[in-house]
Design a protein around this ligand. Structure first.
Ligand SMILES: [Zn+2]
Length: 309
């Protein structure tokens, strides 16, 4: 079931953007040494960025973290056991667009070192065992195809069975994966149903939203957390602000669809800096820990209700 798999080798500088603002300057910047911050436009030394969990040291902007980097940032050393690494898409509708789906998948795998847009497994987080899933917004925009849906569902089901908390860190600008047609949409129901069973078993689900978490992922499992937290200044919503403005013909308020806006309006439980995320998740897991030997209070109360009838 949960087997440790050899980790794919990825060039850590692969998704690094090099400044192209000044062509004369570009020549002086060795490739892969520096990254330009999208928020303050400062140039940051990559080594400093890696040591800082890809948070800009100048302005605290949280840059995209790959799925395995995220796992490393949360799991205790050598505690992560990946599951279902081999699960891959079989191109169910034989999609042919400007690029065939099979070719697109091959390109994305080579570019990111991932099999698909999600990594799942079990890990210890400051000694607290949990099932974790991380979607990666770099792989076809982190869209939820059948592999993402299936792997997350299996992870949730394992957590329910083992009576463990499930923590899913989401990053997706894509939502549904159109290359898989209606099968992609079904993943919304599938993951949500698995979480409903997890919830009925009295177990904890913590949803962590990162920049960006949009569309189908946001419209399904990501918004179903018992605890929902987000990284600072993440874009979170269903449809992009421009489409909403065009539809309702109104100007949206400043900061609409950011973590801070959603926290202020009561939708989010906390905004957590990436540096504090691990300890906060461990704290939540410990706080809601259930004794595996005992049935949950929810199951217990429904059993006693039945008895009383
Ligand atoms: Zn910055």
């Amino acid at each position: 079931m949960a087997e440790a798999q050899p980790r794919p080798q990825v060039d850590p500088t692969e998704n690094v953007k090099i400044s192209t603002a000044k062509s004369d300057r570009k020549k002086d910047i060795p490739k892969g040494l520096w990254t330009k911050c999208d928020a303050c436009f400062d140039i940051v030394y990559n080594k400093a960025l890696e040591e800082n969990l890809r948070i800009c040291p100048k302005c605290d902007h949280h840059m995209t973290l790959g799925a395995y980097e995220r796992v490393d940032s949360l799991a205790d050393p050598k505690s992560f056991e990946e599951m279902d690494f081999e699960v891959h898409s079989i191109d169910p509708i034989k999609f042919q667009g400007p690029k065939a789906y099979v070719d697109k998948l091959e390109d994305e795998r080579a570019r990111t070192g991932l099999r698909d847009a999600v990594v799942t497994g079990t890990a210890l987080i400051e000694g607290q065992r949990a099932v974790i899933g991380v979607t990666d917004s770099r792989f076809i925009m982190g869209s939820m195809g059948s592999v993402v849906g299936e792997k997350l569902t299996r992870a949730i089901e394992l957590a329910t069975k083992k009576r463990l908390p499930v923590i899913i860190v989401s990053g997706s600008g894509g939502g549904a994966r159109m290359y898989e047609g209606a099968l992609s949409l079904m993943q919304m129901a599938k993951t949500s149903a698995a979480l409903a069973r997890h919830h009925r078993a009295g177990q904890l689900f913590i949803s962590v939203l990162t920049n960006p978490t949009m569309a189908g992922i946001m419209a399904s499992y990501a918004s179903l957390g018992d605890i929902i937290v987000a990284e600072p200044r993440a874009l979170i919503g269903f449809t992009g602000p421009r489409v909403i403005e065009q539809t309702i013909r109104q100007k949206l308020p400043d900061g609409f669809q950011t973590s801070e806006f959603l926290l202020e309006h009561g939708w989010l439980d906390q905004v957590i800096n990436r540096r504090d995320l691990k300890s906060r998740l461990a704290y939540f897991s410990a706080m809601f820990k259930k004794d595996p030997a005992k049935p949950s209070s929810r199951a217990g109360s429904s059993a006693s209700r039945k008895k009383g009838k």
